[in-house]
Design a protein around this ligand. Structure first.
Ligand code: 3PY
Ligand code: MG
Length: 255
């Protein structure tokens, strides 16, 4: 049974990830315990910091799910630190050029494929490997995903996809829709955005990369699978809480 996220995705399996903005590590654990195969901690738009992410990564591992982080924009130092702390997949937002994609992938991969600096004792522990085993496997088991969510990124997509040590691309449909409408309209679920998403998945798959995407509803998840996406987010903690809280209050309205 494949347990590493990299093995599942390379085998063509679809992996659904929960998305956590709220930095109580037990929220990440709850995602994992309720059956999510993977949990993503959001350090770009969520409230996670290094410490809360470290704690959450261990709880996700304990529950047997796969560990993903979305990084703050352009933070290569944090990229290496979170890989050391056991993130199996690192998603870098707002990657706009081949150079940025290369620098990011270099922070995720050890030489000769990259320039990651050594000391992964926590990552080795969480993945139940010795240091030697970890070194053997880390470049294959630690995934670098560059987000494609700007016009610059679309223009540079072929070059970005040519970065050998990059494992995949991850689409942010909200920012992408802002780019496609020149800032006039937030339209993550719109037709023009969907067409761009289809193009990105097709190019990524052709280039041998894994395609990932942030989805905002079930229909979009199904559409994304049909377009070739394999790493797909579905379910956000803040929205779960908001919806459930409103529903609970509705049940007792007027009492
Ligand atoms: C986007 O849709 O732009 C994202 O980054 C998803 O969080
Ligand atoms: Mg975005």
């Amino acid at each position: 049974k494949a347990t590493f996220l990299a093995d599942k995705l390379r085998a063509g399996k679809t992996v659904i990830t929960g998305w956590s903005l709220l930095p109580a590590p037990m929220i990440a654990e709850l995602f994992a315990r309720s059956g999510y195969e993977a949990v993503t901690l959001d350090l770009q738009h969520g409230m996670y910091d290094f410490n809360s992410a470290c704690e959450a990564l261990a709880l996700i591992a304990l529950a047997g799910s796969n560990r993903i982080v979305r990084l703050p924009v352009g933070d290569l130092a944090l990229t290496g630190r979170l890989a050391d702390m056991g993130a199996e997949c690192l998603i870098a937002p707002m990657v706009n050029s081949k150079e940025e994609a290369q620098a990011f992938a270099d922070a995720v991969k050890y030489p000769p494929r990259g320039q990651r600096s050594w000391s992964p004792f926590r990552a080795a522990m969480l993945s139940r490997q010795t240091s030697d085993q970890y070194l053997q496997n880390a470049n294959d088991q630690t995934l670098a995903f560059a987000m494609i969510e700007t016009q610059e990124a679309i223009d540079a997509l072929d070059d970005i996809l040519a970065v050998e040590s990059l494992d995949g691309v991850f689409v942010g449909p909200s920012d992408l829709s802002l780019a496609l409408t020149h800032g006039r309209r937030l339209d993550p679920n719109g037709e023009k955005t969907a067409k761009a998403c289809a193009d990105i998945a097709a190019k990524a798959t052709e280039a041998g990369k894994i395609a990932g995407i942030f989805c905002l509803n079930e229909a979009k998840v199904r559409e994304a699978v049909g377009q070739g996406y394999r790493l797909i987010s579905h379910g956000i903690d803040t929205i779960f809480l908001d919806h459930s809280a409103r529903a609970a209050l509705r049940e007792v309205e007027g009492l």
